[in-house]
Design a protein around this ligand. Structure first.
Ligand code: PLP
Length: 408
């Protein structure tokens, strides 16, 4: 089967794509913000509520056992999906943001004044602000890996930032703005040589790259279900078993305890120690269905297809006068950012929307990166498995028209 036919068949699983927006066929190029959901995910969530809804792990009745089995099956699917050693290493969160906050809150009790945390200049606010809050609380110091002229992480500068005081390194696997794939394996190995723990923000990676947490040897890996064809409100924090064992819990409440008395509370075993309160059961089951969906994809066909979309779009953008494309010719995944000289990125995005084309504009929750790029915002197109070359062409044509209109 040709890749074009394969993509057409895939699209049929995403009913939302088949609609008119502003009297034009929808062209959805904002997948970095959230992906659309296939019918199998929507059905799994409906089916859970129609046939199996009950609270998990708590009751000794049949429905609760059924819900618990489905819920825990999803955890095992995540474990296998990212090649974690044990299912206890998979902690449910609300999403990447909550996962990083969980770690920052826990490490706030472990770090001291003068300890160092390294992040990079291209991080999402979710991987900046929690560390700033921790630094304020503890006196820890945040150091920033700069970008090279070409807009990739400066690994030589990273080496120079590492010291005996470096305790944590927290880095995006893929930049949500530039789409650049960061050299995380190199970063993990270098950080480990100094005894630092490494946290990888995988929010933009999991839908595009195969993730092997054992191969990477990262200490923590975080992602959000909604960027992987799953529902909102569910995410994953992977952590190495021994580390999770040693760390204290974050939130207290039901589920995370073994025994409670007014004198003393003992904590539950992993993973429940980090899962206080009723979890997002339907979300976890929906994410399990999303992982089934991804596992059934022809990944090699889709990787080539995505690279074709990126290559076409980057080349076409470079051919348009007054367009500046960032992170040109780098190993990218999913997204391309650009600006149009003299025009506001939000104006461009709104005029594209008037033609049914959904792109993202602004600072993309990465204001420090905007300072490095020296623009207040960019326009980002981000692709997923169901986007076609025709859609990329429609976008380029529409952009040319918008620029012409604005410049007239
Ligand atoms: N990190 C990166 C790289 C992201 O792109 C995003 C969201 O766009 C996040 C973190 C935050 O994810 P969420 O809002 O799902 O918690």
């Amino acid at each position: 089967m040709s890749s074009d036919l394969y993509i057409e068949q895939l699209r049929a699983q995403f009913p939302i794509l088949d609609q008119q927006v502003n009297e034009h066929q929808l062209v959805y190029l904002d997948n970095g913000a959230t992906t659309q959901k296939p019918l199998s995910v929507i059905d799994a969530i409906c089916d859970y509520y129609q046939t199996s809804n009950a609270n998990v792990h708590r009751a000794s009745h049949a429905l609760s056992n059924k819900a618990t089995t489905c819920f825990e099956k999803s955890r095992t699917k995540v474990q296998q999906f990212i090649n974690a050693r044990r299912s206890e290493e998979i902690i449910w969160t609300k999403g990447t943001t909550e996962g990083i906050n969980l770690l920052a809150n826990i490490f706030a009790r472990q770090l001291q004044a003068g300890d160092e945390i390294i992040i990079s200049a291209l991080e999402h606010h979710a991987n900046i602000v929690p560390w700033q809050m921790l630094a304020k609380q503890t006196g820890a110091i945040i150091k920033i890996i700069p970008l090279t002229q070409e807009h990739c992480l400066d690994v030589e500068a990273f080496k120079a930032l590492l010291t005996a005081n470096t305790k944590l390194v927290s880095i995006a696997h893929v930049s949500n703005v530039l789409g650049v794939i960061n050299p995380i394996k190199k970063i993990i190995d270098l950080a480990h040589q100094k005894g630092a723990k490494v946290i990888i923000d995988g929010a933009q990676a999991v839908a595009h790259l195969e993730v092997d947490v054992q191969g990477l040897d990262c200490d923590f890996y975080l992602f959000s279900g909604h960027k992987l064809f799953g529902p909102t409100g569910i995410g994953v924090m992977y952590g190495k078993y021994d580390l999770l064992q040693q760390l204290p819990p974050w939130q207290g409440g039901g589920e995370m305890i073994e025994t409670v008395s007014f004198e003393e509370t003992t904590y539950n075993r992993l993973p429940f120690k980090f899962e206080a309160g009723t979890p997002n059961i339907a979300g976890a089951i929906g994410l399990g269905a999303a992982i089934d969906f991804v596992n059934n994809l022809e990944r090699s066909v889709l990787e080539k297809h995505e690279q074709r979309l990126l290559a076409y779009t980057e080349a076409a953008l470079k051919g348009i006068q007054d367009v500046v494309v960032f992170a040109q010719n780098l190993n990218k995944s999913g997204a391309i950012s650009f600006i149009v000289k003299g025009e506001h990125s939000t104006d461009i995005a709104m005029l594209l929307d008037a033609q049914g084309i959904a792109v993202r504009s602004g600072s993309h929750c990465a204001m420090p990166l905007m300072s490095v790029l020296q623009y207040s915002g960019t326009i980002r197109v981000s692709f997923s498995v169901y986007n076609t070359l025709d859609e990329a062409k429609v976008f380029i044509k529409a952009l040319q028209n918008v620029i012409q209109m604005l410049q007239e």
